[in-house]
Ligand binder design. Structure first.
Ligand SMILES: *Cc1c(COP(=O)(O)O)cnc(C)c1O
Length: 431
């Protein structure tokens, strides 16, 4: 939608809301639809091609308003997560369908999804261990539980373990910043030998520092065999799986208990919309019976699935695929520009929309470069450490980004590097 249409539709929307408020006494106070009314009214999967705003909007009155906030809100959410799950070709077990055991739910953030899956795994493990060893108290079991994640995992995983009151250990990633099966196996064997109970592993697809991918096909079978809940955090990278050429990165998801990615990060949906699927809904519902986190969205005044419905229909699967592909193409364009300049190096494989790069030289030099880039305020970069190296991260993010922006950014960086290197050589910064 361009700015002109947005202006027009925005005004129509204000009229719609004002009309609704003005004529609210003409509407029924309680819906007469039955739970389950919504699914038969909408297609089974997302449209391939974009639909017009008019068509999407007509459905509000036809499909949503009769169910008002409830049950429409919950039902649309379940159906939208089935649409989205099919778009990334999630195994059937994760979908709710009409009577599946799995299904998706919208969370506020990937951090929340990780926390919820860790808590569900904790409950499930405590119950299992207690049934095998009735003499153990819950506190004794809790004291022996251990969660695991890559040393490249997002900080929210460690935070989830802190909140959940369980130990967490890093699993070492390899020279590609990837966790492989043998690394996990090694810590599991050590920990089991010392009496600990491994119960949760958070695999990352698309790590925050450099977008590396843990090896699900090796890790999944180990977790399944050891009764370890495998959660997959694909907060950023998950959106790319709607493109068949990137779907292989998700192979092994069939071994997971829960999977999460953020449409609010890379699928043009506004914050907050983090999509989480589980194979067994009962694991979540069972874990939160007293404090129904899973059901929290019923009580919230937010209707987060509506924005997903609009975006999926207004862009269509093909439109969203184009968006992802454009970003990946542009990150490779940036990568090529970096590679043509001998002063610089690429620090991790470029798979999606992130390029990790640096000047060949000390961390101090690269910190100075980042400082001059961010102080100029024409572009903004967020750095990271990869092992001991200070690295600059170029992330393609904007919906409206074009090749000219990437060229501009590179010329700018390159010029600042030239300026910096001139002064640097005259100073005695060099180490
Ligand atoms: C961004 C990111 C997160 C955090 O996402 P929130 O939705 O802000 O909680 C978690 N994991 C990875 C891999 C991320 O890239």
């Amino acid at each position: 939608m361009d700015a002109a249409e947005f202006r027009k539709r925005g005004k129509e929307m204000v009229d719609y809301v004002a009309d609704y408020l003005e004529k609210i006494d003409k509407r029924q106070v309680f819906p007469d639809v039955e739970p389950g009314y919504l699914r038969p009214l909408i297609p089974d999967c997302a449209p391939q091609d974009p639909e017009s705003f008019e068509d999407v909007f007509k459905d509000i009155e036809k499909i949503i308003m009769p169910g008002a906030a409830s049950p429409a809100c919950t039902e649309l959410e379940t159906v939208m997560l089935d649409w989205l799950g099919k778009m990334i070709n999630l195994p059937e077990e994760f979908l709710a369908g009409k009577d599946g055991q799995g299904g998706g739910v919208i969370q506020g953030s990937a951090s929340e999804a990780t926390l919820i899956s860790l808590l569900a795994a904790r409950t499930k493990t405590i119950r299992r261990v207690q049934s095998e060893n009735p003499e153990l108290t819950e506190a004794e079991i809790m004291g022996r539980l251990v969660a695991y994640a890559s040393d490249q995992a997002h900080s929210s995983v460690e935070r989830a373990a802190l909140i959940g009151g369980v130990k967490i250990k890093n699993v070492s990633s390899d020279d590609k910043f990837t966790v492989c099966g043998s690394a996990l196996k090694k810590v599991l064997d050590e920990d089991k030998a010392s009496g600990l109970i491994p119960f949760f592993f958070c695999a990352t697809l698309g790590t925050t520092p450099c977008c590396s991918f843990d090896r699900l096909l090796e890790l999944g079978p180990i977790c399944n065999k050891e009764n370890i809940w495998m959660h997959i955090d694909a907060a950023y990278a998950g959106s790319a799986f709607i493109c068949p050429e990137f779907r292989h990165l998700l192979n092994g998801v069939e071994f997971a208990d829960s999977f999460n990615f953020n449409p609010h990060k890379w699928l043009l949906v506004n914050f907050d919309c983090s999509a989480m699927w589980v194979k067994k809904r009962s694991d979540l519902i069972g874990a939160f019976k007293l404090e129904p986190l899973y059901l929290q969205h019923h009580h919230q005044e937010r209707f987060r699935s509506l924005k997903l419905w609009f975006v999926l229909r207004m862009y269509g699967v093909t439109g969203l695929q184009e968006h992802i592909r454009k970003h990946v193409r542009l990150s490779h364009q940036f990568e090529h520009l970096v590679l043509q300049d001998e002063r610089f190096e690429i620090c991790a494989e470029v798979v999606l929309g992130l390029v990790c790069f640096r000047l060949k030289g000390s961390n101090e030099l690269n910190k100075a470069l980042l400082k001059s880039i961010n102080e100029a305020k024409k572009i903004h970069l967020v750095p990271c450490y990869l092992r001991e190296k200070f690295v600059l991260r170029f992330a393609v993010c904007s919906r409206t980004v074009e090749s000219t922006h990437v060229k501009f950014a590179w010329q700018h960086i390159s010029q600042l590097a030239t300026d910096l290197l001139q002064t640097w050589e005259h100073d005695d910064h060099q180490q």
